[in-house]
Ligand binder design. Structure first.
Ligand code: ES4
Ligand code: ZN
Length: 319
């Protein structure tokens, strides 16, 4: 039995497996620039975040209808359940779809067809977190927030993702203020490729409750002390860090040092179709490469529920 856990850093578009991509391409008459799934898989060698994002945005072209988003989410939830996931807080990137003429209603409606029955069908409770693309303008993010207003009963919070360096959190200050006023929870990717200052900015200017990745906090001991003191959870994604070369090899991942420092660490899969594993695969990989103890593994799983947006009573039921 896999450890019961929550997954808090998961891009639903990053769960698009090659087989499903080809099936949806055929269903929608979309031409992919790869002969077959084997050839596509060979493209999964990344130099950095941007080289991954290029492929990630390209493959999304196959997602067109509500049914596509429902199928995508159901495929993820089924795999997640098999890996011990009891609760998933799922990112989606509406701007990447709106830019292709796929509306907010199609995206949220389709995802919700899977998420709305996930407890019954998969035993997994869910939340939806809408991410803004930080390499797009703040005005575009604000328009996206506006477009989401009819769907806020299904959206728990907002996040910030895509190309980090050169797009500091401050750029989205007004958007985050507007989202907070709408009662939305706030998270942001920070310190994946970007410097520790971006983590501080995300906390101070965006009011985030959780930091996605946050890896580079380790370069700033005062920031680490603050994250520990304020119990700010970090959603780490070890296999992603290796594939996108944030760390050279898993054996050199700072997770053990981060746990020792007293940081509230969680382990997540990020874009599992691209990075070689779902969340339990990430747990097993860090255990094997870093020699984590059984108690440390249990603590990571416990942290995932503590760091979730579940209410106390829901949290106890989920774990
Ligand atoms: C992402 Cl690994 C990662 N980092 C930033 N943005 C993303 N979007 C999807 N995966
Ligand atoms: Zn991510």
């Amino acid at each position: 039995m896999p450890l019961p856990k929550a997954e808090l850093h998961l891009h639903i578009e990053g769960t698009l497996e090659p087989e499903l991509a080809f099936r949806l391409a055929a269903r929608n008459g979309v031409e992919l620039p790869y002969a077959d799934t084997d050839e596509l898989r060979k493209a999964y060698r990344f130099e950095d975040l941007q080289s991954f994002l290029d492929l990630y945005y390209q493959l999304m072209a196959v997602l067109r209808t509500e049914q596509d988003f429902e199928d995508l989410a159901n495929a993820y939830l089924e795999r997640a359940a098999a890996q011990g996931v009891r609760h998933a807080e799922i990112f989606f990137d509406p701007q990447a779809h709106l830019a292709r003429g796929v509306g907010m209603g199609t995206v949220v409606g389709g995802l919700w067809r899977a998420l709305g029955s996930s407890v019954e069908n998969h035993g997994v409770s869910t939340r939806l977190i809408m991410c803004f693309l930080r390499d797009e303008s703040a005005e575009s993010a604000m328009r996206t927030l506006d477009a989401a207003k009819p769907y806020l009963d299904r959206i728990t919070g907002i996040g910030l993702d895509s190309a980090e360096v050169g797009h500091p959190p401050v750029k989205f200050r007004a958007v985050y203020e507007a989202a907070a006023a709408l009662g939305l929870r706030r998270v942001a990717h920070a310190g994946e490729e970007g410097p520790p200052e971006y983590i501080t900015e995300a906390l101070d200017l965006l009011g985030v409750e959780r930091v996605d990745h946050g890896l580079r906090c380790m370069e700033d001991p005062e920031l680490v002390a603050r994250l520990v003191r304020e119990r700010i959870p970090l959603t780490l994604c070890p296999l992603s860090n290796v594939r996108l070369r944030a760390v050279d090899v898993l054996a050199e991942h700072p997770l053990p040092a981060m746990i020792d420092a007293g940081l509230l660490c969680t382990v997540n899969s990020d874009d599992p179709a691209y990075f070689g594993g779902y969340v339990a695969d990430n747990y097993h990989a860090v255990r094997d490469a870093l020699g984590l103890s059984r108690e440390q593994m249990r603590e990571l799983a416990r942290n995932s529920f503590l760091a979730s947006f579940l209410e106390d009573d829901e949290e106890l039921r989920a774990r």
